[in-house]
Write a protein that binds this ligand. Structure first.
Ligand SMILES: *[C@@H]1O[C@H](CO)[C@@H](O)[C@H](O)[C@H]1NC(C)=O
Ligand SMILES: *[C@@H]1O[C@H](CO)[C@@H](O)[C@H](O)[C@H]1NC(C)=O
Ligand SMILES: *[C@@H]1O[C@H](CO)[C@@H](O)[C@H](O)[C@H]1NC(C)=O
Ligand SMILES: *[C@@H]1O[C@H](CO)[C@@H](O)[C@H](O)[C@H]1NC(C)=O
Ligand SMILES: *[C@@H]1O[C@H](CO)[C@@H](O)[C@H](O)[C@H]1NC(C)=O
Ligand SMILES: *[C@@H]1O[C@H](CO)[C@@H](O)[C@H](O)[C@H]1NC(C)=O
Ligand SMILES: *[C@@H]1O[C@H](CO)[C@@H](O)[C@H](O)[C@H]1NC(C)=O
Ligand SMILES: *[C@@H]1O[C@H](CO)[C@@H](O)[C@H](O)[C@H]1NC(C)=O
Ligand SMILES: *[C@@H]1O[C@H](CO)[C@@H](O)[C@H](O)[C@H]1NC(C)=O
Ligand SMILES: *[C@@H]1O[C@H](CO)[C@@H](O)[C@H](O)[C@H]1NC(C)=O
Ligand SMILES: *[C@@H]1O[C@H](CO)[C@@H](O)[C@H](O)[C@H]1NC(C)=O
Ligand SMILES: *[C@@H]1O[C@H](CO)[C@@H](O)[C@H](O)[C@H]1NC(C)=O
Length: 552
């Protein structure tokens, strides 16, 4: 799109390139890559080349990437040069990452997966992207998302449909589904996402991954295409607890940001925290003596082949907890904890979307030809994914604002729900609440919506959540090792550190994460010579006919 040199050049070896032992980046972690790099078994250019080779080989199967960063190799060379001088500052030194394509990052457009924003170019990195870069990360490219992050199916007018790497007949969850699918397939070490209701947690759950949704206010959302002032958060999705703890440390390191005034809430006790200090990799983290609440209202007890595997995986977790000496407390208040009812009565996205998106689009920090307001965006000649649910959402948002009387009424209900949640946790002396991210397996491609998800509780109450893999469904014809199942671990505000520690405790017992094997995704990709140029990736236009492209 923004890169015109020829793909064939990428096959030429670099003049100065010396081949070291080929690096296997399947399931690579920050620590495994640093081990190879700092013992001089590999170079940063090799590491970046190895991930790019996986993307070239496998992206056509899962369609998770919108664009690669044409600067990625130059950045790697700069880091190799710094390494040769012994300068390896930064916890993400040479760690390849992907950004959901609603984060501003130079030199790429920020499309939101939307054809109407294909040329929309930021003048600055978002503060979180700048922090990731300062920590040494190599931004490999941009991942697909549900168009403008408005649903959980991960289909967009610009990026097409991303497929679940564990089952090509299913969606990867969403809206950060490109990041989820890409990280599951080892296209990078971790990736960023955003979460207005479910969007960092549903892709983690559907792709056997870990993610954090931070406490509202912990991380600046500036420079990220917005939906909702109340509900939006930014975060990361990765393959291990310690990797997402490192990502959280770096992203939260932005601290107070006048460009996003919710960050004024950060208490001094967590400012500048190192979240990896809550973890002790190598030694099992004990769950003995913990008090874990289970939200009964967030299960679907109607037996079916789509719900039973989720309930069985959660039963297994509860048996494990009891055997480890944890106390499990059944929270049976299903009238307060009813995700369907909470969403219907309290969700405020549609009232905030127009004002928030218009403010982003009209910023002087956004250049390139692009609509200047939210109504202008939807009234361009460009086409959008218009499933029936999304059509009605946008139609309502075009007519709504925070001046609607329902806005303050909903905010009052949110405040009450938040008090009820905190009372549940405090009165039962709970370390956390657990429940499945989704009551059923992630839905097939072509479904009308990503039904059964439980993300709304944290989204409205601003609570932190760590999502962890807890198992798989039985295998099916299209899912050779089954379909992944994930669990949310929710706590009081600002308890990210203790929640990560609990997540580590769960994972030390469950070891549920597995790499996908569909269509050979588990194979190594030989890199015979490092890339000299980043190849151009074109998203597939594989949009299912049930999500027609149309105009508003
Ligand atoms: C080390 O690298 C960082 C960033 O890569 C740079 O800002 C710093 O100046 C370098 N320090 C030295 C001593 O070269
Ligand atoms: C954006 O799309 C328009 C057609 O709708 C096309 O003319 C233009 O070249 C595209 N811009 C970029 C940067 O891809
Ligand atoms: C915080 O930011 C929002 C959105 O930019 C704005 O509407 C609000 O007035 C700001 N509040 C304060 C106290 O500055
Ligand atoms: C559940 O059964 C339906 C109908 O037979 C089938 O389409 C679907 O793939 C099954 N799901 C799983 C996870 O086996
Ligand atoms: C948990 O701790 C208690 C008290 O320290 C101890 O008696 C018990 O054996 C422990 N349980 C497990 C499963 O380790
Ligand atoms: C909680 O109680 C319900 C019945 O009210 C029961 O079906 C469920 O299994 C219980 N959960 C736990 C974790 O004990
Ligand atoms: C506040 O929440 C509690 C617990 O769910 C509920 O019983 C009560 O009716 C709510 N109050 C209002 C005014 O919505
Ligand atoms: C949850 O709320 C929905 C919608 O208000 C309602 O249809 C359903 O019966 C409720 N479920 C429970 C268990 O109360
Ligand atoms: C533009 O971006 C810079 C860097 O993130 C930020 O400091 C500035 O506040 C932004 N300006 C506007 C108008 O958003
Ligand atoms: C906000 O008010 C407008 C105008 O009365 C109405 O059309 C719209 O449906 C309202 N939005 C919501 C979410 O209630
Ligand atoms: C519960 O699961 C059943 C069977 O899969 C499904 O028909 C029903 O719609 C689900 N209910 C909810 C509230 O998700
Ligand atoms: C990939 O997975 C398949 C199916 O589980 C297995 O037979 C094969 O050995 C695996 N290949 C590698 C390279 O791990």
């Amino acid at each position: 799109m923004y890169h015109s040199r020829l793909l064939s050049l990428s096959l030429l070896p670099a003049v100065s390139y010396t081949q070291l032992a080929p690096i296997d980046v399947r399931e690579a972690t920050i620590s495994s890559l640093h081990g190879s790099l700092y013992s001089r078994l590999t170079t940063c250019r090799d590491i970046v080349s190895a991930f790019v080779a996986r993307i070239e080989r496998f992206n056509p199967s899962i369609n998770a990437i919108i664009a690669l960063n044409p600067d990625a190799l130059e950045i790697a060379d700069g880091l190799d040069e710094a390494l040769s001088r012994g300068n390896t500052t930064g916890p993400l030194f040479c760690i390849p990452i992907l950004l959901k394509d609603n984060y501003d990052a130079l030199p790429m457009p920020t499309t939101g997966g939307c054809l109407a924003l294909n040329a929309s170019k930021p003048t600055h990195d978002s503060p979180t992207v700048a922090a990731l870069r300062r920590a040494g990360a190599v931004i490999l490219g941009k991942s697909n998302l549900h168009e403008l992050a408005l649903e959980g199916l991960s289909v967009s007018s610009l990026g097409g449909q991303t497929l679940n790497p564990y089952d090509f007949a299913r969606t990867p969850g969403g809206s950060s589904g490109g990041t989820g699918a890409a990280i599951a397939a080892s296209f990078a070490v971790f990736g960023t996402g955003t979460d207005t209701v479910n969007s960092l947690r549903s892709p983690a759950s559907a792709n056997s991954l870990f993610s954090f949704r931070p406490t509202r206010g912990l991380i600046s959302r500036a420079g990220v295409v917005p939906i909702s002032y109340t509900q939006d958060t930014v975060g990361a999705i990765g393959r291990s607890v310690v990797d997402i703890a490192t990502a959280l440390t770096v992203m939260a390191g932005v601290g107070y940001d006048p460009a996003d005034n919710v960050t004024s809430a950060i208490p001094p006790s967590v400012a500048g925290a190192d979240y990896t200090s809550f973890l002790a990799p190598g030694t099992p983290t004990s769950l003995n003596g913990t008090r874990i609440g289970v939200l009964e209202g967030f299960f679907n007890r109607t037996s079916s082949n789509e719900t039973d595997p989720v309930n069985q995986a959660m039963d297994h977790v509860i048996v494990m907890l009891r055997s480890q000496g944890a106390t499990v407390i059944n929270i049976t208040d299903t009238s307060t904890y009813n995700a369907t009812a909470i969403s219907a009565q309290m969700d405020v996205q549609q009232l905030e979307y127009r004002e928030m998106l218009s403010a982003y689009l009209s910023s002087p920090n956004l250049t390139g030809i692009h609509p200047a307001t939210m109504p202008e965006l939807y009234h361009t000649k460009h086409e959008f994914v218009v499933s029936p649910a999304q059509y009605s959402y946008v139609e309502t948002a075009l007519r709504s604002s925070t001046a609607n009387s329902s806005y303050s009424a909903r905010q009052t209900l949110i405040a009450n729900l938040t008090r009820a949640l905190h009372a549940t946790i405090v009165s039962n002396r709970l370390d956390c609440l657990i429940y499945p991210e989704q009551k059923n397996l992630v839905v097939p491609v072509g479904s009308p919506s990503q039904s059964g998800r439980n993300g709304i509780l944290a989204a409205l109450t601003g609570s932190p959540v760590i999502t962890v893999p807890v198992g798989f469904s039985p295998s099916t014809a299209s899912a050779p090792i089954g379909i992944p199942i994930g669990m949310e671990i929710l706590g009081l505000p600002w308890t990210e550190g203790p929640l990560l520690r609990l997540a580590q405790g769960f994972d030390d017992r469950l070891h549920a994460r597995r790499m996908p094997v569909t269509n050979g995704l588990n194979a190594t990709v030989e890199v015979t010579s490092a890339y000299t140029e980043i190849p151009h990736i074109t998203p597939l236009k594989n949009i299912p006919s049930v999500y027609p492209l149309g105009v508003y």
